[in-house]
Design a protein around this ligand. Structure first.
Ligand SMILES: *Cc1c(COP(=O)(O)O)cnc(C)c1O
Length: 436
C-alpha cells in the first residue's frame, strides 16, 4: 500500500473504524457533496486549518456560534478565567443569573429563561412545556425546518392534513409523531386549514422564523402574522426556534426583525442556542412568566440537566454577548454579509449563472436558482450536481461553505473585506465552469 499523504484522508479512515461514518454529526461527513471531510487542526479569526495545514476561509463558524470569529481575545480570557475556578458544580452560580439577565435584555418577549446544553434539548423542552402549559398534545411544524433531533420533531409531512406526519428516522415509533402536524412553510391556506381542523388540540406551533436548515428562507410577513393570529385565536403557543437566528440575524434575534414591520409582534416561547454559547455547549428556552413557571421545581413540567448553566459555557456566552452588544457591531456585520451576497450575485450574473441570495445580519444563503425559494420543495429544485461543483470548486480555492445545499452560511466579525473579495473572486472562477 502506498503511504497516504492526505492527512485528512488518513484521519477519516481512522475515524471510520471507531466512530459511525467517522463523524459525530452527520452533515460533517460530506455525504451530500462527496469527497473527504477536512479535519480541523486549529482556527483563528475567520480561518481554520485542516490536517494538511491548508487554510480555509470559514463560512460555517461551527454552524453559527462563532459570530466573533475564532479565538476572540476577550472570550478566550473569560473562558480561561472561568476554567480555573471550576468546570462544573451541579449547584447554582451567579454567572447563570448574569447570562439569563443578558438574554432577557436582548429578547424582551422572554420574561424568564432556562439554560440547557444543546439546541435539541432546548427545543424538546419547549415542546414539553407548551404541551404541559396548554394541556394539549398536538404540535405544528413546517417541512424543511429543523428543531433538533428529539423524537417528536423528526417527522415529515404525511399524506394529508388529517393524517399527521411520518418519522424521518428509524427508531422513532409512529405513535411518537402522531401528534406532530407538518405543514408547508409560507403556505397560509394550509395553515388556516390545519387550525380549522385541529385548533382546539394544538399546544404549539414551532417555526424557524428565518429558516436556516433549508438554506435561507424567510417566513413572509403575512404568513408570520397569520401564525401569530391563529395561535392567539386558538390558545396555542407560538414557539420561535431561534437556535440559529438568535443573536445572529440581529442583536434582538429574528423576532426583532419581524417586529420592525409588525409592531408589537412577539412569540410566546423562544428557543436559543449557538451564538448565546459562543461555541460552548449552551442553549436556552424562555418566554412569558406564567408559562415558564410551569417548569419544575415551580410547576409540573419536568426538565433538568447535570451540565445546565455550566460555568465555563456561561462565561463564554456572556463574553460573546458583551462583544456583539457593542454599538455598531451588527451594522458592520450586516454590511459585510450583504457585500458577500451582492458580490456573489454580481459574479454569477457576469458568468451567466442563475443565482439568488439573501441575508440578514450575519447569516446568509444563496441558491443556483433564478428566484429565492419560499418553501422546502422549491429549495430542493436546486440541481445537486451543480451545487457540488460549486462546493468543491470553492473548497479547492480555500473557501469552506456548508457541504450541503440546504444549509445557511455565516459571516463573522473577523471576516475582512479582503476575505470577502477573495471569496467572490474564487466563486467567479467556479461560476465560469457552471455557465449555461
Ligand atoms: C442547530 C439547530 C438546532 C439544534 O441544536 P443542537 O445544539 O445542534 O442540538 C435546533 N434548531 C435549529 C433552528 C438549529 O439551527
Amino acid at each position: 500500500m502506498k503511504p497516504n499523504t492526505d492527512l485528512n484522508e488518513a484521519l477519516f479512515e481512522r475515524a471510520r473504524r471507531v466512530i459511525p461514518g467517522g463523524v459525530n454529526s452527520p452533515v460533517r461527513a460530506f455525504r451530500a457533496v462527496g469527497g473527504t471531510p477536512r479535519f480541523v487542526r486549529r482556527a483563528q479569526g475567520a480561518y481554520f486549518w485542516d490536517a494538511n495545514d491548508q487554510r480555509f476561509i470559514d463560512y460555517i463558524g461551527s454552524w453559527g456560534p462563532m459570530i466573533l470569529g475564532h479565538g476572540h481575545p476577550a472570550v478566550l480570557e473569560a473562558v480561561q478565567k472561568a476554567a480555573v475556578d471550576g468546570f462544573s458544580f451541579g449547584a447554582p452560580t451567579e454567572r447563570e443569573i448574569e447570562l439569563a439577565e443578558a438574554i432577557l435584555a436582548l429578547v424582551p418577549s422572554m420574561d424568564m429563561v432556562r439554560l440547557v446544553s444543546s439546541g435539541t434539548e432546548a427545543g424538546m423542552s419547549a415542546i414539553r412545556l407548551a404541551r404541559g402549559a396548554t394541556g394539549r398534545n398536538k404540535i405544528v411544524k413546517f417541512e424543511g425546518c429543523y428543531h433538533g433531533h428529539a423524537d417528536a420533531l423528526l417527522v415529515k409531512a404525511g399524506s394529508g392534513l388529517a393524517t399527521f406526519g411520518n418519522p424521518t428516522s428509524a427508531g422513532v415509533p409512529a405513535e411518537v409523531v402522531q401528534h406532530t402536524l407538518v405543514l408547508e412553510y409560507n403556505n397560509i391556506a394550509q395553515l388556516e386549514q390545519a387550525f380549522a381542523l385541529h385548533g382546539a388540540d394544538i399546544a404549539g406551533l414551532m417555526i424557524e422564523p428565518i429558516a436556516g436548515n433549508m438554506n435561507f428562507v424567510r417566513a413572509s410577513l403575512p404568513f408570520m402574522q397569520r401564525c401569530r393570529e391563529l395561535c392567539t385565536q386558538h390558545g396555542a403557543l407560538l414557539v420561535f426556534d431561534e437556535v440559529m437566528t438568535g443573536c445572529r440575524v440581529a442583536l434582538g434575534s429574528a423576532q426583532s426583525v419581524y417586529a420592525r414591520d409588525l409592531p408589537g409582534f412577539a412569540p410566546d416561547l423562544t428557543v436559543l442556542g449557538k451564538v448565546i454559547g459562543g461555541g460552548m455547549p449552551l442553549a436556552a428556552f424562555g418566554g412569558r412568566r406564567a408559562v415558564m413557571e410551569q417548569l419544575a421545581p415551580l410547576g409540573p413540567v419536568y426538565q433538568a440537566g447535570t451540565l445546565s448553566g455550566n460555568p465555563v459555557a456561561t462565561a463564554c456566552g456572556l463574553a460573546t454577548l458583551r462583544e456583539i452588544g457593542r454599538p455598531g457591531f451588527f451594522e458592520a456585520l450586516s454590511r459585510k454579509t450583504r457585500s458577500l451576497v451582492d458580490g456573489l450575485a454580481a459574479a454569477a450574473a457576469a458568468e451567466g449563472v442563475a443565482f439568488s441570495g439573501d441575508c440578514e445580519g450575519g447569516m446568509f444563503g444563496f441558491f443556483l436558482l433564478p428566484e429565492l425559494p419560499q418553501n422546502y420543495a422549491q429549495v430542493m429544485k436546486t440541481e445537486g450536481a451543480r451545487f457540488n461543483t460549486l462546493f468543491h470548486g470553492l473548497l479547492a480555492r480555500g473557501v469552506y461553505i456548508a457541504p450541503a445545499l440546504y444549509e445557511a452560511g455565516f459571516v463573522s466579525a473577523a471576516h475582512s473585506e479582503e476575505d470577502i473579495a477573495a471569496t467572490v473572486a474564487a466563486a467567479r472562477e467556479v461560476f465560469q465552469t457552471l455557465r449555461g
